[in-house]
Design a protein. Structure first.
Length: 226
């Protein structure tokens, strides 16, 4: 075997196998409300460009980013993030009426969450960080809430724990969005309940006799004769 072949063989032996990771979904449970609950459309969901890759990105102490060739996502990170948020929202809102943008055929949302994630990463010596912005729209497309989020979570430095920390940050984000949707839904329900009460007008009792104005007699005019 030639020298080139030996070097290639040595390289194959020395290269460690790739490790695949997936964001932990937590244990949100299933909605108990059946086909009831608020109808929520999640998306559009935008992930930062540097996160749209198969490999994990490591944040270094100087703020630079390093790409790990052996640590890879088990599938699309954007799809993983979307499914995690969808399950968390369904459980926290106790609703199975959720859809992921743009799959909205035959779906009329009562609330829509638009989400942009600008940062989601960690490093051996850096905490997991999530930076995002979300907006909440009602069924008519009017904005009801909007927030810029910055969250951190510590880990032990291992890749698996870094991924766990990132998944936990997304679960906290889902809890925040679910609270906003729930508050908007309760306010809308209270507003609908108040409208019929305002329209009620007092009606006269049927047993009450109609009031007829009393006509007073005109006094007779006095005639004087001389």
């Amino acid at each position: 075997m030639g020298l080139a072949g030996l070097l290639a063989l040595a390289g194959c032996v020395a290269t460690p196998p790739a490790q695949f990771y997936q964001l932990p979904q937590g244990n949100p449970g299933l909605p108990l409300g059946g086909n009831h609950g608020v109808a929520v459309l999640l998306g559009p969901l935008k992930l930062a460009d540097y996160l749209q890759r198969e490999t994990l990105v490591q944040r270094q102490q100087d703020g630079s980013l390093a790409i790990s060739q052996q640590a890879r996502w088990a599938g699309s990170l954007q799809d993983d993030v979307a499914q995690l948020l969808l399950r968390q929202l369904a459980a926290r809102l106790d609703s199975s009426r959720l859809a992921l943008y743009p799959d909205r055929v035959g779906f009329k949302p009562e609330a829509q969450l638009l989400l942009s994630i600008g940062r989601l990463d960690a490093g051996p010596y850096q905490p997991a960080v999530l930076e995002a912005q979300w907006r909440l729209l009602d069924g008519d497309g009017k904005m009801r809430d909007s927030r810029v989020v910055s969250l951190q979570e510590q880990h032990n430095g291992e890749l698996s724990d870094q991924v766990r920390a990132q998944g936990l940050l997304l679960q906290k984000l889902a809890a925040q969005m679910a609270d906003a949707v729930g508050a908007m839904s309760r306010a809308a329900a209270a507003s609908r309940a108040a409208v019929p009460a305002q329209r009620k007008v007092a009606r006269p009792s049927k047993s009450a006799a109609p009031r007829i104005p009393v006509v007073k007699p005109v006094p007779a005019a006095e005639v004087y004769r001389f």
